[in-house]
Design a protein. Sequence first.
Length: 261
Amino acid sequence: MRLQELPIAERWYSATTLSDGVTLLTEPHVDRLIRCNIWHVKGRDRDLLIDTGLGVSSLKEAARDLLESRIIAVATHTHYDHIGNHHEFEVRAVHEAEVELMNMPEPAPLFLSEFGELASNIIDAGYTPDEDLIKALPYAGFEPHHHQIQAAPATWILQEGDVIDLGDRAFEVLHLPGHTPGSIGLWEAETGILFSGDAIYDGPLLANLPEANIDDYIDTMERLKRLPVRTVHGGHERSFDKPRLLEIARKYLESWRDGST
């Protein structure tokens, strides 16, 4: 579809309330390749926001009723589809390995051709994206060829074992490198809920990007297999349970160890 033919979205974000005080925010007009799951967790004293999407439209304004409390915005990693609206929040947390990547504006491709040589890596991983990675414009006058992520310097530098305390809920930071050096998950032992970012989700995992490391990813998958999870809320695609986690991990471990990736 030519740029001038893209419609203006009536609403850019959709929200789905799940169990356990969790709400899923998504950008339905975005190709699944860069359609990040944005997770909101209600707490007694503060709320947790895990990843913030592309940043093409204000998340804080669109979800102002949901985001009226004090928000801790956590980046599971710093790929642009996960940190686009971090600049809208005062408390911004990221793993120490990717702190510097939050400090600068970043190009945010919305067309497959703008990925250059990386487009073939994406297709090899199992994605079949269209050239247009957005199917609508967030507002009249938006220029998708010029979109970039705003700098959002970290105010909280995370390490393995740190705890994010919401007052009545607590999430432990798990360092899960492989997809990127500073990829993290957030683990709530009491409920068995894991917010896994892009360390694992129920779709084609991208382990062939320049910043990825297969040896680290293998260690992360082995760790996830041992975790007593009940529900995994990933950085993309649908949520899943422990049996499905084991299936996904087994598939990729076999692939990586036989060198087919």
